[in-house]
Design a protein around this ligand. Sequence first.
Ligand code: PLP
Length: 368
Amino acid sequence: MKVPFVDLSRQYAPLMDRILDAMKDVIDRCAFINGPEVKEFEERMGAWLGQQVCAVSNCTHAIELTLKALGIGPGDEVITVPNTAFPTCEAIHATGARVVFADIAPGSYNMDPEAAEQAVTEKTKALVPVHLYGIPADMEAIITVARRHGLYVVEDCAQAQGARYRGRRVGTLGIAGCFSFFPSKNLGAFGDGGAMCSGDPDLVRRVRMMANHGREEKFTHVMVGTNSRLDTLKAAQLSICLDALDEWNRKRREAARLYSELLRDYDEIIPPRVPDQCEAVWHLYVIRHERRDALRAFLKEQGIATGLHYPSPLHLQPVYADAGWGEGSLPRAEAACREILSLPMFPGITREEVEAVCRAIGRFLEKG
Ligand SMILES: Cc1ncc(COP(=O)(O)O)c(C=O)c1O
């Protein structure tokens, strides 16, 4: 049986008529920029999160504009993890601040609060933990470190829409949370999209101004901003999909539970671990195996698509060749990158497909 890594069409099929009607309505009114659907989406997502939301054009900009709106810029340092998507770092660089990497915690793919604390200097202004794969980072410990050193915590929730930490949705735990609506994310747009949320209405207001050429009124520019608006067409689509998100996340949880159950007896496979205080939303289901590349090649031969998130830790990327990070400097993230494998995961993946993936893994292990 062929198993795709992601199949978006399955999740959209039951909603497509509603989505197309809503998008046609926008087209009929030619309300392409800042149409009422954008505000409506912000309000709906805000109600879902319990905080104010500003929609922007992607998560990279959400992080960049949030950090800038917090006053972070040249001369400052921002700490994040090396096993994230490069955009997390690009957003920090775009402010003019320096990226500082902290290793991941033992038994986790998320920021190690102790390593983050060790990386703090007098220049550090913020921590950007990433809730990688949809599993929340250790926010209590991270916020404790931040408080001790007077730092902001900006959560990268690109992969974790709807995940909870001690019952609270991620994004609402730090000063701000940033979300991606890249099509394959748990809540995806028909194109690029993003948002930030905060319990500080003034921060949301500043980001909104920055994302719209530094203005609140059409021809009055009070700061130098940029163009980072969410298109009305995508806002109309996202509002409809937001209604389905909790159910999509439930389906992901069901698939994750089945993977964990079926892989339980394979000692060589290290399954993902979710701390007790967390509810994951399984953007990705990531296992670990010492012979990851051989396993991946075997699964490919069997028609099973897999992914690597991410194959190389960012501190070892060519762009940081002169930044002083060497091989062995962040050993837990480096080891993870060598062994991780993302299995097919999307709402609508069938029981038979998950079983086929696990059977194929079993065959690989049997043949040795
Ligand atoms: C962890 C993480 N942060 C940031 C981003 C950037 O999101 P966007 O593509 O919406 O700019 C992504 C998307 O790939 C991501 O996975």
